[in-house]
Design a protein around this ligand. Sequence first.
Ligand code: SF4
Ligand code: MG
Length: 284
Amino acid sequence: MATFKDFRNSVKPNWCPGCGDFSVQTAIQRACANVGLEPEDVVIVSGIGCSGRISGYINAYGFHGIHGRALPIAQGIKLANRNLTVIAAGGDGDGFAIGMSHTIHAIRRNLDITYIVMDNQIYGLTKGQTSPTSAFGFETKSTPYGSIEAPVTPLELALAAGATFVAQGFSSDLKGLVHIIEEGIKHKGFAFINVFSPCVTFNKVNTYDWFKENLVSLDTIEGYDPTDRIQAMKTVMEHKALVTGIIYQRKDIPSYEERIPGFKDVPLAHQDLRLSEEDFQELV
Ligand code: SF4
Ligand code: MG
């Protein structure tokens, strides 16, 4: 059986020392091993950005796609080979700017894949511009007088789009991150995982210390029920999305694949995908 070391390769990441993405790389490697996967069972699909390099840094199948397009590629791979564990990964710019529509539609479609966003509230690869998750007033080269745009709140977005698994981690909490990714991989449907992954070079506001001061673990909220969507949305809004843990999970909603008659038994290319009147009735 593979250990996390089997998911390592010889490529040296060229992330800056201290970049939060190192923890995400380690967490994926550990989570894959912990759930009993072999490197040949896994494909990592990424977009463009510092975080997009992750597909080259893990010993598994990898596909480094174009900007914002990790999710269409990941969904295509899953439909073509249902036996693969598909993990899509990218940054906040990749997933919530150019790739935003793919994110929303992939969430509501609910294919059985895991999507990890390394959210550092900035564009790192292009040397520090405001991103869709940058806060009001955030000063960068592209907003020298402070951002005047309302930021995207990924957790609210995912809940509103009908996600069946929503979680948030923090690069400094490796144990928590591994747990969340394990549960995301095991989830039968689309698992949306936002990770606060600090950019130590360009974001001098949302630092490790800032997150440590501001994040609240859901474990500390008494009676929190992750199957209650209203409570999930309320909690996220009350804490300005600065929560960590599994925020919402529904195990009783069928994945996209489970809605395709025969998908489990017959390769996609050999299937008659026309739905009968009865099949449609079951879906609605
Ligand atoms: Fe990480 Fe920022 Fe360096 Fe990119 S620029 S590798 S996001 S620390
Ligand atoms: Mg970013």
